[in-house]
Design a protein around this ligand. Structure first.
Ligand code: NDP
Ligand code: 2IT
Length: 444
C-alpha cells in the first residue's frame, strides 16, 4: 500500500460514518500522489496524517426560545482545521443537514482553497443543524446570539475568522457580530461579510459569484472564446447563484435556469434577475413564484432535472453532490463544454470522471469559488488597516486573484504531466504552500 492509501484507510477507519469527509479526502489525497512521490520527506514528517486531522474540533449546544415560548436545542460546530499559513478562515453553514462530516469536508477543502488565493488564511468551517426557513427575524436573532455566546470564546480577528455560507448571509452576520462585540467589547474584523456600515467590504456580497464567472471567463479566453451568446444553467438561487447570474449577464451570456431546494425555473428568454432577487433577497419566497410573474417561464418540481436542460456552461451553485453520474452524462450528451463549481463539492467523484473523460473544461470548487474567501481576506486587510477601498479597487483585486488561480492550477497540472486536469492542478498548487509551511514549523 502506498503512503496515500494508508493515510486514506486510517482516515476512514478512524472517522466512520462521515461519507462527505471521506469523499473530499479521497479526491484530494489521490490527486496528491505524484507530489508525495517527489517528496519522500513528507512521509517521514507524517505530513499527510497531520494534514487530514483537524487541529481542533469544537461542538456545542445552542439553546434558544422560539416565538411560541418553546425551548429549542441545536448542535453547533466549528472545525479549526489548519492554521499553517494564517488564522482559520471559513464560513458558517446553517442548514438542517449539517453534521460533523459535512463541516469536516468543507474545512478540508477550505485549507487548499484559501491557500490558492495567495493570501495568508488557514482553513476552518462551522455551522449548525438549524433550519432558518420559516423562522421569524426574532428567532433568527436569538439563535445567532446563542450560537455566538459559545463561539466567541474560540474565535478572534487573529485566531479564527468565520463568515457566511448556506443559510448565513448579511442578516445573520449582523446578529452574530453584534453579540460578539457585546460580549468581547471589541470592534474588530472577527467576522467577514459584515455590512458596509460596520466594517464590511464592498464586493464581498458579489464576490463568490463574480469570482466564479471571472475564472470561467479566463478559461474561455485562453481558448479564444467568451461568455457572449453562451447558454448557461445555474443551480441554486442564493448568494452565489444570484451574483454569478448577474456577472454572466453583464458579459453577454444567457442564463436560462435556476433552482431552489423545491424545484427549478426555466426561462428561454433569459432569467430576469430583478424578479429572482426580489423573491429571494427581499421576500425570502420560493422560486416557484417566478413562473407566476414572468410570462413564458415554467416551473418544474424537483431539482435534479435542471441538468437535463441543454447548455454550453453549467455553474452548480447550490450544495454538495448535486450533480451525480447520470446528470453529468446528460450534460455531456447535451453538449456542455464548461463546468465551473460555485458550490462546494457539487459534483460526485463519478461525475467529475465523466466530465474529464469527455474533455469538458472542469473547474473545481476550491479554485472556482475561492473569490468569496479571497474577498473576505481583503475585508480583513481593510479592517486591520482601518481602511475602506472602492468597489473598483476590490473588484479588480478579486479579478486578478481569480486569473492567478486559473494559471497556478494550469501550471501545476502541466508540471506534473496532467495538462488540463484542473482537479490535480488546484489540489497540488494549493497543497504545496501548506506543505511548505507545515514542514517549516516542525511537528505541530
Ligand atoms: P445560500 O443559502 O445563499 O443559497 C443556497 C442555495 O442553494 C439556495 O437556493 C438553496 O435553496 C439551495 N440549496 C441549499 N441546500 C440545498 C439542498 N440540499 N438541495 C437543493 N438546494 C439546496 O448559500 P450560498 O449561495 O452562500 O452557498 C451556495 C453554495 O456555495 C454552497 O455550497 C456554499 O458552500 C458555496 N460557497 C459559498 C460561498 C459564499 O461566499 N457564500 C463561498 C464559496 C462557496 P433553498 O433556499 O430552497 O434551501
Ligand atoms: O466556502 C467558502 O469559501 C465560504 N463559504 C466563504 C468563506 C469565507 O470565509 O469568506
Amino acid at each position: 500500500m502506498t503512503y496515500v492509501e494508508r493515510v486514506l484507510e486510517k482516515l476512514k477507519t478512524e472517522n466512520p460514518g462521515e461519507p462527505e469527509f471521506h469523499q473530499a479526502a479521497t479526491e484530494i489525497l489521490t490527486t496528491l500522489a505524484p507530489v508525495i512521490e517527489r517528496h519522500p520527506e513528507y512521509e517521514k514528517a507524517g505530513l499527510l496524517e497531520r494534514f487530514v486531522e483537524p487541529e481542533r474540533v469544537i461542538m456545542f449546544r445552542v439553546p434558544w426560545v422560539d416565538d411560541k415560548g418553546e425551548v429549542q436545542v441545536n448542535k453547533g460546530y466549528r472545525v479549526e482545521f489548519n492554521s499553517a499559513i494564517g488564522p482559520y478562515k471559513g464560513g458558517l453553514r446553517f442548514h438542517p443537514s449539517v453534521n460533523l462530516s459535512i463541516i469536516k469536508f468543507l474545512g478540508l477543502e477550505q485549507i487548499l482553497k484559501n491557500s490558492l488565493t495567495g493570501l495568508p488564511i488557514g482553513g476552518g468551517k462551522g455551522g449548525a443543524n438549524f433550519d432558518p426557513k420559516g423562522k421569524s427575524d426574532g428567532e433568527i436573532m436569538r439563535f445567532c446570539q446563542s450560537f455566538m455566546t459559545e463561539l466567541q470564546r474560540h474565535i478572534g480577528a487573529d485566531t479564527d475568522v468565520p463568515a457566511g455560507d448556506i443559510g448565513v448571509g448579511g442578516r445573520e452576520i449582523g446578529y452574530l457580530f453584534g453579540e460578539y462585540k457585546r460580549i468581547r467589547d471589541e470592534h474588530v474584523g472577527v467576522l467577514t461579510g459584515r455590512g458596509l456600515s460596520y466594517g464590511g467590504s464592498l464586493v464581498r456580497t458579489e464576490a463568490t459569484g463574480y469570482g466564479l464567472v471571472y475564472i470561467t471567463e479566463e478559461a474561455l479566453k485562453v481558448r479564444g472564446d467568451s461568455f457572449k451568446g453562451k447558454t448557461v444553467v445555474i443551480s441554486g438561487s442564493g448568494n452565489v447563484a444570484i451574483y454569478a447570474c448577474q456577472k454572466v449577464q453583464q458579459l453577454g451570456g444567457k442564463v436560462v435556469a435556476m433552482y431552489d431546494s423545491n424545484g427549478y425555473i426555466y426561462d428561454g428568454n433569459g432569467i430576469n434577475l430583478d424578479v429572482v432577487r426580489d423573491l429571494k433577497e427581499v421576500k425570502r419566497a420560493r422560486i416557484k413564484e417566478y413562473a407566476d410573474i414572468v410570462k413564458g417561464a415554467t416551473y418544474t418540481e424537483g431539482c435534479s432535472r435542471i441538468w437535463t436542460i441543454p447548455c454550453d456552461i453549467a455553474l452548480p451553485c447550490a450544495t454538495q453532490n448535486e450533480i451525480d453520474k447520470t446528470s453529468a452524462e446528460t450534460l455531456v450528451k447535451n453538449g456542455v463544454k464548461y463546468v465551473a463549481e460555485g458550490a462546494n463539492m457539487p459534483s460526485t467523484l463519478d461525475a467529475i470522471d465523466v466530465f474529464q473523460k469527455a474533455g469538458v473544461v472542469f473547474l473545481p470548487a476550491k479554485a472556482a469559488n475561492a473569490g468569496g474567501v479571497a474577498t473576505s481576506a481583503l475585508e480583513m486587510a481593510q479592517s486591520s488597516g482601518r481602511m475602506f477601498w472602492s468597489f473598483e479597487e476590490v473588484d479588480s483585486k478579486l479579478k486578478g486573484i481569480m486569473v492567478n488561480i486559473y494559471h497556478a492550477m494550469e501550471n501545476s497540472a502541466k508540471e506534473y504531466g496532467y495538462e488540463g486536469n484542473y482537479v490535480m492542478g488546484a489540489n497540488i498548487a494549493g497543497f504545496m504552500k501548506v506543505a511548505d509551511a507545515m514542514m517549516a514549523q516542525g511537528v505541530v
